[in-house]
Design a protein around this ligand. Structure first.
Ligand code: BJW
Length: 241
């Protein structure tokens, strides 16, 4: 059955959607966790133990993101077009800390794992735009204290952002689409079951079956730049899901 044009859509994205823009995924053979242990860079304990090591890891990734060669790809663009042209609501919930969705034009967007181009002060909680390297010597522009700025990203053991708003959107959506995520990290990996429980149709678009592939009513496998624009086109053309 085609989806009614007033239907509400929630799209979850992961690192796979940005792979063809030149950014690494985490768990693929050439992924980030193949070169660095997540326990050394992506936990609050790692930051407490060796803040400089963690700052260096994110400084390198921030520089990579700001490389002019890294640009939104056809999959990011297709989701922005869907938001512009779809009658019902489209919410993109991304696990990615890059800014490629907003650069492509997505506006109704939640960065549940934070944003690489922002720093948060652990002393006063103020979030500041940050495009340069970050160090323990930097001073928070809000509270003027040094040593408290960290990347505004969600590490293991920390609560992802805007979970209440995401929960409401999952409960109210008619279609849940998961793109480019391996389905290994919770709570995002549980969104398909949550949306399905409330009666949403569920579709996975990924290079390969994710860890939660059997939870989806439909799976389409291929490169994000091929399968996402095709899927968006089929929605806008009123094809069956
Ligand atoms: C392509 C492609 C192409 C490639 N086209 N596709 C035991 C059981 C259950 C849970 C837990 C547990 N022990 C601990 C937990 C909780 C923990 C967790 O899930 N751990 C698991 C490892 C087991 N989660 C947390 O701690 C989270 N917080 C939390 O749970 O708080 C409590 C809470 C309770 C109740 C409700 C709510 C909250 C926080 C998780 C923070 C994750 N942080 C990271 C790093 C920080 C940001 C950064 O540095 O970038 O976020 S980890 C990393 O993984 C990053 C990602 O956002 C996240 C997900 O990765 P993603 O996007 O799926 O990437 P990959 O590489 O795994 O997959 C890419 C996919 O793309 C692959 O399938 C490819 O095939 C595909 N692909 N090229 C299409 N061209």
């Amino acid at each position: 059955m085609p989806l009614h044009r007033t239907a509400s859509i929630v799209v979850l994205t992961g690192a796979g959607i940005s792979r063809e823009s030149g950014l690494h995924t985490f768990r693929d053979a050439d992924g980030i966790w193949a070169t660095v242990r997540l326990e050394d860079v992506a936990t609050p304990e790692a930051f407490a133990r060796n803040p400089r090591r963690v700052q260096e890891f994110y400084n390198a990734r921030r520089r990579g993101l700001l490389d002019p060669a890294v640009r939104p790809n056809a999959a990011h663009a297709a989701l922005a077009e869907l938001e512009r042209r779809w009658g019902g609501g489209v919410l993109v919930v991304t696990q990615n800390i890059d800014d490629l969705h907003e650069r492509a034009g997505s506006r109704n967007l939640i960065h549940m794992h934070g944003e690489l181009l922002k720093a948060v002060c652990v002393r006063c909680r103020t979030v500041t735009e940050w495009r340069g390297d970050l160090s323990m010597e930097d001073v928070c522009p809000a509270c003027a204290r040094a040593g408290g700025l960290r990347p505004d990203v969600v590490w293991f053991g920390e609560m992802p952002y805007q979970m209440d708003r995401i929960g409401e959107a999952l409960a109210g959506c008619d279609l849940f689409v998961s793109i480019g995520t391996s389905g290994n990290v919770y709570p995002a990996a549980g969104f398909v079951a949550e949306a399905g429980r409330y009666g949403a149709q569920t579709v996975e678009l990924n290079l390969e079956p994710s860890a939660g592939a059997t939870e989806f009513a439909r799976s389409i496998h291929g490169l994000a730049t091929a399968v996402v624009p095709a899927f968006v086109r089929s929605l806008l053309d009123g094809a069956d899901i």
